[in-house]
Design a protein around this ligand. Structure first.
Ligand SMILES: C[S@@+](CC[C@H](N)C(=O)[O-])C[C@H]1O[C@@H](n2cnc3c(N)ncnc32)[C@H](O)[C@@H]1O
Length: 231
């Protein structure tokens, strides 16, 4: 089964138990210490609000989707690796946030109430393929840099299966023009921050075609916004 194949590829483990599945993706990061506190959804939200206020972390990415015309007509959206669901309000259409982190999902379910059509589920995104679910837009924000190249390509393959129209990916890139941005990236929790070429190659090796790829400056950080569609 293709869905199961993608699931295995994403998780890199055979028939994992639920908790092991979460651990295999969420706690892959070699840098622990202070970063561990970010596993607390409330602390995560405070850090995100700060980053949004100062650098426009969420605002600017939502604007990119708006400028691409993706949010007209309230599309259905699946937010893969949704965290605490910061993008649940970008549409009034159906929004499904899916994440492996149960604490984030529980928190999102309680906190994100502006969109009455938003729901959240704690699971691997690969499970959606088996359900036969389809969405206008598959959104992935800051997810790929937590996945190996194989798992990342698997996720893009999965996104292609889930998408009726577009796939949107927002990612920081390895090469930064600003030393502060470079320091932040070098100390990010994500083990796999890709160069722009590597990101593009990952898309090219997947069943997706890049429609737009634009730089997006988020404070000190050079990031990339990629719009793709199934081939
Ligand atoms: C850095 S967080 C980004 C959260 C959110 N997108 C945001 O921008 O605030 C990456 C999230 O991806 C989730 N994740 C990684 N692989 C996943 C998968 N295969 N299925 C569902 N969630 C996944 C992790 O659990 C983690 O919460």
């Amino acid at each position: 089964m293709k869905g199961q194949f993608v699931l295995d590829k994403l998780l890199d483990v055979k028939e994992p138990e639920a908790d092991q599945r979460i651990d295999s993706v969420m706690y892959e990061q070699p840098r622990e210490g202070l970063f561990r506190v970010l596993q607390n959804p409330m602390i995560w939200e405070v850090s995100r609000i700060g980053l949004d206020l100062v650098f426009g972390l969420y605002r600017r990415r939502s604007n990119v989707m708006q400028n691409w015309g993706l949010l007209e007509n309230n599309p259905s959206i699946v937010d893969v690796g949704c965290g605490i669901g910061q993008y649940s309000d970008v549409t009034r259409g159906s929004y499904l946030g899916i994440d492996l982190n149960r604490d984030f999902i529980n928190y999102a379910s309680k906190r994100r109430r502006k969109n009455p059509n938003a729901s959240f589920v704690c699971d691997n995104a690969a499970s959606l393929v088996d359900d036969g679910s389809r969405f206008d837009i598959v959104l992935m924000v800051d997810v790929l840099h937590h996945l190996s190249e194989d798992a990342g390509t698997g996720l893009l393959e999965l996104a292609s299966d889930l998408s009726e129209s577009y796939i949107v990916s927002f990612e920081p890139v390895k090469d930064q023009s600003n030393p502060v941005g470079q320091w932040i990236i070098d100390h990010d929790r994500g083990r796999y921050i890709y160069s722009l070429d590597e990101l593009h190659t990952m898309f090219e090796q997947s069943p997706l075609t890049i429609v737009e790829s634009i730089p997006l400056q988020l404070g000190f950080i050079n990031s990339r916004a990629i719009l793709a569609k199934p081939k």
